[in-house]
Write a protein that binds this ligand. Structure first.
Ligand code: FAD
Length: 415
């Protein structure tokens, strides 16, 4: 019960933990993204007697997380905000970042879907129009396990918009158990009614209590969190942080250090073929307020049309509690899945349909990101049996930052 209150639905996801990990006197964490950084921080701060080595193959920490800035423009290349979960709030609090973490703008909740040439506000109406029976049938099918999101939520456009927005893939290609385990009832069931657990969880948030459905973000973007984790890790005597280092297999990492395989925590992709990822180009477009006065304030628009070079437009400067654009301006983040992108010019031209014909003050390609695929049956294929080494991060049992952060706490709890 205590665990459910601490982690909620995260307990439905397998924890890929090696039983002997907590007996390690030296632990090697592979991958310096949010997962590796948080796992290293949680273990090293709990157990000063355990030596924690973190190795990152690149020349910077943060993995897919990075914040682009230019003068007063600020935009995250990957995740830009977190949904509510006490584990994330606990991390922010423990890192002393409370004064740089704020709820998102409650007036920017609206989401739209652009389909067949028109924009429609996302609401319960399309669901009711297609008939609740249709949905119930989908739900029943999904609970048999291993089904796609398209089967679980039989609402074309809505399901594609949702999965494109979360995992850059079409609903038919995404495992419903992975994306919505509480809906498909994957994994363990809570010991009491979910509503009661939720209300107990709500009482545990440090810093501030989030409103229902709200998100929260950092002054200066997600890079603020990465910088704070790096800073804390550098302060800990039992941590060794190495960039431009890494090996291709957990066995090689263990052998090179003369540690048991069970002392390796793999927080990076593993055994994934190149086609087990999709790719996304990320752009920013900034405008003077008057030039986009017709674009309503909101969270953003999802565009499930495969012939469009754009799959989503996020209203960055509307959403966050702290500024993302110079005074008198608005900033939008554009998501463009490859190979739909075409050229940068194609993407820019497509903006006229959604944001108006004015020339943006800023238009820049700010990054490319590879996103793991999670095909139907993926979650059931993960074992929750004991492993020979520990696996963590978004390449395994959950895609969100709340998952990655809660999982790190769950692993450290075993020490
Ligand atoms: C465009 C985009 C938008 C997103 N939006 C959201 C959102 O709104 N909400 C949300 O909750 N989540 C979102 N996410 C997901 C979120 O960013 C991830 O859950 C999280 O950042 C994953 O962190 P990670 O450490 O598991 O993986 P990564 O960030 O991929 O880190 C893995 C690290 O391992 C390193 N590495 C790889 N191989 C080796 C090796 N052999 N040796 C050593 N190091 C290695 C890599 O260089 C990398 O630094 C988004 C992601 C993207 C790309």
């Amino acid at each position: 019960m205590e665990e459910w209150v601490r982690y909620g639905d995260e307990l439905r996801r397998p924890l890929c933990l090696a039983t002997d990990l907590p007996r390690s006197s030296t632990v090697c964490v592979v991958g310096g993204g949010l997962s590796g950084l948080t796992v290293a921080y949680r273990i090293a701060s709990k157990r000063p007697d355990v030596h924690v080595e973190l190795i990152e193959k690149g020349d910077r920490l943060g993995g897919v997380i990075e914040t682009w800035t230019q003068d007063d423009w600020v935009c995250d290349v990957a995740v830009n905000a977190t949904r509510a979960h006490p584990a994330f709030w606990r991390l922010v609090d423990d890192l002393g970042l409370g004064d740089r973490f704020a709820p998102s703008n409650p007036e920017a909740n609206a989401r739209w879907i652009y389909s067949q040439g028109r924009s429609q506000k996302l609401s319960i109406w399309p669901v009711l129009k297609r008939g609740p029976l249709n949905l119930l049938r989908g739900l029943r099918t999904a609970r048999r396990g291993g089904r796609s999101v398209a089967e679980a939520v039989p609402l074309a456009h809505v399901n594609d918009a949702m999965t494109l927005g979360i995992v850059n893939d079409r609903a038919a290609n995404v495992d419903a158990d992975f994306l919505m385990p509480s809906m498909t009832r994957f994994g363990a069931e809570p010991p009491i009614k979910w509503k009661r657990i939720k209300s107990k969880m709500n009482a545990t948030y440090p810093l501030f209590q989030p409103n229902k459905g709200a998100t929260a973000s950092f002054t200066g973007g997600m890079q603020t969190l990465i910088d704070a984790l790096e800073h804390e890790l550098n302060l800990l005597d039992n941590v060794e942080l190495t960039l431009n280092a890494g090996d291709t297999t957990p066995t090689a990492v263990a052998d090179q250090r003369g540690i048991p395989l069970a002392s390796v925590i793999w927080c990076a992709p593993l055994d994934r073929r190149p086609d087990a990822f999709t790719t996304l180009n990320v752009y920013v477009a900034g405008y003077g307020n008057d030039d986009v006065a017709n674009v309503p304030v909101g969270y953003g628009t999802l565009i499930p049309d495969p012939s469009s070079p754009i799959s989503g437009i996020l209203h960055e400067s509307d959403v966050h509690g702290t500024p993302r654009a110079p005074a008198g301006h608005r900033l939008f983040r554009i998501m463009s899945p490859t190979p739909q992108t075409g050229s940068h010019e194609t993407v820019k031209a497509a903006l006229t349909k959604h944001l108006g014909t004015a020339e943006p003050v800023v238009f820049e390609h700010i990054g490319v990101r590879s996103i793991p695929s999670y095909p139907p049956g993926y979650m059931a294929s993960l074992s929750s049996e004991s492993m020979d080494f520990t696996r963590a991060g978004w390449c395994f049992s959950g895609v969100s930052v709340t998952h990655v952060v809660a999982e790190a706490e769950r692993i450290a709890e075993h020490f």
